[in-house]
Design a protein around this ligand. Structure first.
Ligand SMILES: [Zn+2]
Length: 593
């Protein structure tokens, strides 16, 4: 057991927090006044079994070390020492240093393994029949030898043990290979095999250019389509931006970055000569990635897929970028094309032209809000304004906020003087106009979402049964919990345990808030039948959301007197109404599924 684990095992977070905060028991948990923000009624809670704390007011949370770090303003090693003293565990200074040395050696070994693996994968492209087929696939996607070489693309053969054998022959030991995540062990623990099989391989480098992980795209119909390295001592997914090692200089020089979704998009843009591009591959943009980027430039053009998932990802990214004080523009390519397909079809000159003309995030959002609401009616104008205000209030600078609000009023032709005043005041005061103030941290999710989260955080069995179903059906699209459910599924698919005490690392600050809020729900964790019922609620919500969209489209079609489209939409709506009635009926009777 490491010294950290020893200290943690000997510690009760309730006692440690209790030294600073007056706690009282409430059900199985403890509550008190939050030491990190001003409050009169307690919204600070401690979970004795999960050994975590969470504030529903300001959203801060974590394990016992995080608490002491924040409370005493200490770096991690000092906080560890402080907690160890409190619980009477003697830290061996020598072992402490030895651990540090061992960590450094381990990291060095992992870098070597990844470099060797990158060379192996690259060599496979020309070496065998299937390797040449993979090369042909890349050529088909427009990638020349020069580009394949520059991005060090490679191929993982279907054999399943080729990399393992090759790395062993190169002198690497099995324990180190397992640690790298590139080599897995079968259930009986006897045979070892490659994580990546029959996949095109994209090496992922750290900021300094060392290969720290790989992304693999399935060549056939294998699932998942994209498989990533797991987190290791040298790779934290949320802290790496693909291609930043090469794009960094260009981003500084041009003072902006282009943010795309996938490896292929990134490679297509960069190899067409637009070098200042990075991708947030395999994860939605995180706060850590934004902070990393901010060291190069605070200006970003977000160029995600224009499909609905891409639009949702764009909006999530905008939220984070705005909160970190970034200047953001949005490039939505015409024809529903991602950057890769667009450049292949229209050429890089057309891409550069659109890039230069990319609207600011405010113009982009205003345009979308204007298209979704009927601006000929005052209610429509207010609804459109509110849709944009929820983003606008995240701009940290109050002067800038007020000015942006004036522009918004102008664009939406809000000519009512009082309304314009109200909009500017709301912007100054950082609140969205007619909506009530934002809900406390971690409670934006509905009860059904929180119940499901709690069920999955308490039971891996339920998680493994229901998370894939939910992803398949898309019942969480657009919900507050969407990203968190996706992370949980990713983690389970990669065989990673779900450690809630380290939620911030795998789910980001927002994800942690949601996860913790659900764990502090009262009552027993939901059982299978309750999970089924909650899932039905989400299905019904999804049908209702689709109904809303259809109704708006129908109104638009009728305004335009488009009879054919109206009839088509009416038929779709009738089908949807049937689904809705069926779901409602199922929900009404007690579930035994
Ligand atoms: Zn608080």
């Amino acid at each position: 057991m490491s010294q950290i684990d020893q200290v943690k095992a000997a510690t009760d977070i309730v006692k440690v927090v209790g030294d600073y905060v007056k706690l009282r028991k409430a059900g199985v948990n403890f509550v008190g006044l939050c030491p990190f923000h001003q409050e009169k009624t307690p919204s600070f809670a401690v979970h004795p079994t999960k050994q975590i704390f969470h504030c529903f007011g300001c959203g801060v949370g974590g394990d016992v070390f995080k608490f002491v770090m924040l409370m005493e303003n200490l770096p991690f090693p000092e906080a560890l020492r402080r907690v160890a003293e409190k619980v009477g565990v003697r830290l061996l200074e020598r072992e402490f240093e030895a651990t540090a040395d061992a960590n450094a050696r381990e990291r060095a070994a992992l870098y070597k393994i990844h470099e060797a693996a990158a060379q192996f994968f690259a060599s496979q492209l020309g070496a065998t029949v299937e390797g040449r087929a993979a090369r042909a696939y890349l050529a088909d996607r427009g990638l020349t030898d020069e580009v394949v070489g520059r991005f060090r693309l490679g191929y993982a053969p279907s054999d399943g043990q080729a990399l393992t054998r090759w790395l062993q022959a190169a002198g690497f030991e099995i324990p180190a290979l397992e640690k790298s995540g590139l080599v897995l062990r079968d259930a009986e623990g006897r045979r070892h095999f490659d994580r990546f099989r029959r996949r095109v391989i994209f090496p992922i480098a750290s900021e300094s250019g060392k290969v720290v992980a790989f992304g693999g795209r399935a060549l056939g119909e294998d699932q998942p389509k994209y498989l990533n390295s797991p987190e290791t001592p040298i790779y934290t997914k949320s802290r790496v931006l693909y291609h930043l090692d090469r794009a960094g200089a260009a981003i500084r020089r041009l003072d902006y970055a282009i943010l795309v979704e996938g490896y292929m998009d990134c490679i297509a843009v960069a190899s067409a000569g637009v070098e200042n591009v990075v991708a947030s591959c395999g994860t939605s943009l995180t706060e850590s990635q934004i902070r990393l980027l901010s060291r190069y430039s605070r200006r970003v053009v977000v160029n995600y897929d224009p499909d609905s998932a891409g639009v949702a990802a764009t909006e999530r990214s905008l939220n984070l970028l705005l909160e970190e004080g970034f200047e953001a523009k949005v490039l939505a390519l015409p024809g529903g094309l991602d950057p890769d397909s667009f450049i292949r079809r229209q050429g890089v000159a057309a891409y550069k032209e659109l890039l230069a003309a990319a609207p600011t995030y405010l113009d982009y959002l205003t345009e979308r809000a204007a298209a979704e609401h009927d601006l000929s009616r005052p209610e429509g104008k207010i609804a459109a304004a509110n849709a944009v205000m929820s983003y606008l209030v995240r701009v940290p600078n109050p002067m800038l906020r007020a000015e942006l609000a004036s522009r918004l009023a102008e664009r939406l032709r809000l000519d009512d003087r009082l309304l314009r005043e109200e909009l500017r005041r709301a912007a100054r005061e950082s609140r969205s106009v007619i909506k009530p103030p934002p809900a406390p941290a971690g409670t934006q999710a509905t009860p059904a979402e929180r119940q499901l989260l709690r069920a999955f955080l308490e039971s891996e069995e339920l998680a493994d049964e229901f998370l894939p179903v939910m992803a398949e059906e898309g019942v969480c699209e657009g919900l507050a919990s969407e990203a968190l459910f996706r992370r949980l599924l990713e983690a389970r698919q990669q065989g990673e345990p779900i450690d809630v005490a380290r939620a911030e690392e795998w789910a980001g600050a927002e994800g942690q808030k949601l996860a913790y809020a659900s764990l502090f729900e009262s009552g027993d964790p939901p059982d299978r039948s309750q999970v089924v019922a909650c899932l039905q609620v989400l299905r019904l919500r999804k049908v209702e959301r689709e109904g809303e969209k259809l109704r708006a489209a129908l109104e638009a079609a009728q305004r335009e007197r488009n009879a054919e489209k109206s009839a088509q939409l009416l038929r779709a709506k009738a089908l949807l109404d049937q689904d809705k009635a069926k779901l409602k009926k199922e929900l009404a009777r007690p579930s035994r599924a």
